[in-house]
Design a protein around this ligand. Structure first.
Ligand SMILES: Cc1ncc(COP(=O)(O)O)c(C=O)c1O
Length: 388
């Protein structure tokens, strides 16, 4: 029988979560009460004011036809308004913003829009796996930039070899960061923009977690003067408003990049349902809504439970300033896989191994703050009983 799978799929890095999934299912089948701290998907529903708006939009026949390629005018206006009020930057609504079907879609399509086969793409390690797969799908070559604790989980741009910088066409960045929870400040973005200018590299900054912050509001790379010459940024309503299933976000920044991304999208999708776009416009217009702040308060409480408990177990961990992930170091002598397997087997708590995000994540594990505080306390109490 012919195997129809294209060769490019064979180039994707191995998917490490298969084994964890198998173990998890085995434990559940054996009747164990498994606590899953692996999933990066909010546990609370979408705020009521958004759901209520959608229930009205869905009845409007004007929303039922094919969407406008670049995005519904209401949605694009809301994106510009959000950017202006949140970051003090006013992108041009027709040339510098486009609606996307979740930031994953935009990240997946961007290399097809801006990178030629054989070119180099700078990808953070550890990092969201889609940067690498999207690069491979475009026939380009990922060059991994190590993120290390000592550098605040930022890439050391000075350490990128000159010959790699010369070949690179695109660099992915992601702050607030998945999986480390690190936040970049404007000074780092200034450095990144200067680097991009010097080497003629486009920066794609993934800001999917920009609104899930605990103390300080994370900046946009577009706050740097002239950043739109060399950068685009991806925003998503998924985590900001507990809307992961709605598939809506936007890309903003360099006009020629937005135009190129739209060209790819015009050929592969027809945009997001207008009812969702108009509802998402309402959400963005209320980005500081009391229900959004309440959601962040829940994550903060869980973050504090997890970091306090891990510290008591002598695990090296820092409180993340943003995102809903806690990134912690495995005890000495354990690989990521050894540690998470032991915890799953002994006490039925699912953690994600750091090396699932790249080799530089080896020796770490990630906890998603997506179960309620009581369940989180229970998970931590169980982990405390494991001896290592
Ligand atoms: C770093 C990062 N970027 C982008 C996404 C995709 O988000 P969405 O496509 O829901 O906007 C995720 C989802 O987990 C993520 O962790």
């Amino acid at each position: 029988m012919t195997n129809w799978r294209a060769e490019r799929l064979g180039q994707l890095p191995p998917y490490l979560f298969v084994e964890i999934d198998r173990k998890k299912k085995e434990a559940i089948a054996a009747g164990k009460d498994v606590i899953n701290l692996g999933i990066g998907d909010p546990d609370s529903p979408t705020p009521e004011f958004i759901v209520e708006r959608m229930s009205r939009e869905i009845h409007d026949p004007a929303n039922h036809s094919y969407p406008n390629g670049a995005g519904h005018p209401d949605f694009l206006d809301a994106c510009v308004g959000f950017f202006d009020r949140r970051f003090g930057v006013t992108p041009d609504r027709t040339s510098e913003v486009t609606a996307v079907i979740g930031s994953k879609e935009a990240i997946g399509h961007l290399p097809l829009a801006v990178v030629n086969p054989g070119e180099t793409v700078l990808v953070p390690d550890p990092g969201y796996p889609v940067y690498t797969s999207a690069t491979i799908f475009a026939g380009a070559i990922p060059h991994l930039m190590p993120l290390r604790a000592g550098n605040g989980w930022l890439p050391d741009l000075d350490a990128i070899p000159a010959e790699v910088a010369a070949k690179a066409r695109l660099m992915f960045l992601n702050y607030p960061n998945n999986p480390t929870g690190a936040v970049a400040d404007v000074a780092f973005f200034e450095k990144a923009v200067a680097f991009a200018r010097k080497h003629n590299i486009l920066i794609a900054h993934d800001a999917a977690y920009s609104e899930v912050f605990f103390e300080v509001r994370p900046p946009s790379i577009l706050q740097v003067d002239g950043a739109a010459d060399v950068a685009v940024e991806f925003h998503s309503l998924s985590k900001s408003f507990n809307m992961t299933g709605w598939r809506i976000g936007f890309a903003v920044g360099n006009a020629s990049v937005i135009a190129a991304l739209k060209s790819v999208k015009d050929n592969v999708d027809s945009g997001q349902f207008n009812a969702i776009q108009r509802t998402a416009a309402d959400a963005l217009n209320h980005f500081d809504h009391v229900s959004v702040r309440a959601m962040i308060d829940l994550y903060r409480e869980r973050r504090d439970i997890v970091t306090a408990a891990l510290t008591e177990c002598a695990v090296t961990v820092e409180k993340p300033g943003a995102s809903f992930y806690v990134w912690a170091k495995c005890p000495i002598g354990y690989t990521s896989m050894d540690f998470i397997s032991m915890v799953l087997d002994e006490v039925g708590v699912v953690l994600i191994p750091g090396n699932g995000f790249g080799n530089c994540g080896e020796g770490y594990f990630r906890i998603a703050l997506t179960v309620d505080a009581d369940r989180m306390r229970e998970a931590m109490a169980r982990i405390k009983t494991v001896s290592w």
